[in-house]
Write a protein that binds this ligand. Sequence first.
Ligand code: SF4
Length: 249
Amino acid sequence: MEIAPKMPKSWNQASKPHKFCPGCGHGLVLKALGQVIDELGIQDRMVFGCDIGCSLLSWDFFDVDSVQTHHGRTTPVMVGIKRANPDLIVVAYMGDGGGYAIGSQHLVNAATRDDKITVILVNNTNYAMTGGQMAPTTMPGQKTETTPYGRNVEEAGYPMMGPEMVAAISHEGAYVARGSVARFRQLKNFIKKAIENQMAGRGFSFVEALSTCPTNWRTNAAQTWSFLEEQMTKQFPPGELKTPVVKEG
Ligand code: SF4
């Protein structure tokens, strides 16, 4: 008997096989999101926005309305869609390059304004699609194409602590968390809470997902896991950084 893989209903069954490299963490983040869309029954109300970089390879993953933008502009595009259609549930999906570098102003302003959207940002510590250059999240001492001797914080500064920043500037209805693809159920729970927070109309919701990029890290399976679990989680501790104040009545 042939057993078909269990796919979230929201996945686009007509799409081609995914285009991520073997061992890439993007697929796990998207699987978590797909399961949440199904569990919340919001497939018909969902608008999925993806950025440039490897995150754009998600544009035909879901059987939902989708839009692709560039360089962190996914956040303001989803803000516009949400403001024009408040009943829609919108998710802006991006990488650390787009969200924390070129598009950081959009993230800061959406969190400060308390726009009621959900941003999911994948942190794999490098600019992946362009070949593995130093990103805002590259860790001290980490080797990349543009830091061949390791990131020297005296020259290149310290990595961006995105959820910590968003937690500091957002308002009492915000939800902010950092998960990891190595802890799938926790990551999915964070994504679910972030979308539920948007559905309740409480405030801005943000989840950073620690993810793998074995292609640019140049790691085998064991090294990839060790880099994620032993090095990244020390620099970027997973957990909830802010939960919304729920008002009675
Ligand atoms: S380059 Fe890295 S982030 Fe991009 S698809 Fe490959 S493993 Fe994933």
